[in-house]
Design a protein around this ligand. Sequence first.
Ligand code: OOG
Ligand code: NI
Length: 476
Amino acid sequence: MVMVSQGRLRASFARRLSEMYGQEVPAYRTLVEVSREVNDSVLQRAGAGAERLGSIDRVSAERHGAIRVGTPAELQQVARIFGALGMRPVGFYDLREAASSAVPVVSTAFRPVADDELARNPFRVFTSMLTPADPRFFDPDLRQRLERFLAARQLFPPELLELADRAERERELPQEQAGRFLALAVDAFALAEEPIDRAWYETLERVSAVAADIGGVTSTHINHLTPRVLDIDELYRRMTERGITMIDTIQGPPRWSGPDVLLRQTSFRALAEPRALRQPDGAITTGSLRVRFGEVEARGIALTRAGRERYDDLQARADAEPAEHHGTDHEPVRGADGANSRARAIRSIWEREFPATERDLALGRLGFFTYQPVPDRVRDGRPPATGLADLLDRGWVRAEPIVYEDFLPRSAAGIFQSNLSGQGVKNDSHTAAGYDADWLSGAIGREVLDPFALYETQQQQSLQGAAHALGLPEIT
Ligand code: OOG
Ligand code: NI
């Protein structure tokens, strides 16, 4: 019997989802095409350096999706489906706090965690769950109606969940079942044709467009699928040249002369899509909803907790920069391409205060790396010292950056917000309903992993391996 491993299932799922989304949202096809062009030019320009943060095969196939569900029970089912694909919940994001408009969700990301699995296919899905229990958004009556609505729907057919459990347990599926599983799984994330109850949808929309997108319909759908690009500024320019209106920023770190860190993202609103609506009198009409969009991202080096604090601090200072300088500066504001004066001011803060090289990131313990002994040096015998700086500078070990595989709450909130039509309402006189990583772990019956701990373990293991190969007790 031909068996399909979880890794192959994951790669096939990502590919099929991409085909489906390309049919549903044609602008996505343009985005993928332009991403490929940009990646090709970077490869030509930078050669092997272009692959420092992942092989071009990995990067070309790399996607993240975003989905939204309504209840812990639904999230648990999602966890089973992604568990079948070798993806685990990593990180807790509270977008209720990160967003200034009404985004009543908490989120995690499902992704592979092992090195070799990430290299095979790093497909990840940012998964958000509605928080009907949060009184800042939902009054008791609306909460009850919403919870009743959500409890009555079924997002995933039982056959899909059974196949998922088998794939997770056995870490593979026979080819025939694999085909069936993939078809059902992709279908579960397609935009449903079932009519939307217009009055109910609009009731939720008054609170939050996100609440309506999640709880106003009886199914879920992929909200966006994001390719990875090696030069996001260049991509932004080329998309704009093609007449596609991008949001006016690239979120995350600025374009600057130092190493790429964390995650930079930008997006555009997809066109309104025709959807069947059930009017209060029962008539079915065709309306249009604009809930999906295109997003693209560039990934950099994972930062340690200290590095992340430095990043958050610089972001706060960037926020304090005035929107635009006037006076002597006559350079036109050119969107997010870094040509305007605000972007220059932010870049110069970074150039003053953020480590300018990978070596400084590594030795300042601000970025995560794996460390490999250099074979030629190993043949020279025993190295003179155990300090990382010496070992690096004298060529005994080499540092390879660990790619950031996760998300940024502020950027995520920004992505949600920049694509909402209304602000929605959030009544801050109520106390937030408490949700955190432990709560989420309990709700889905799986540990929500700490991303920092994952990177730390990977780095630590490589340091131990390098110490062993060099005959050192440890590397400090
Ligand atoms: C998720 C938004 C977050 C990202 O890349 O930060 C996200 C959503 O819109 O459902 O996908
Ligand atoms: Ni996204």
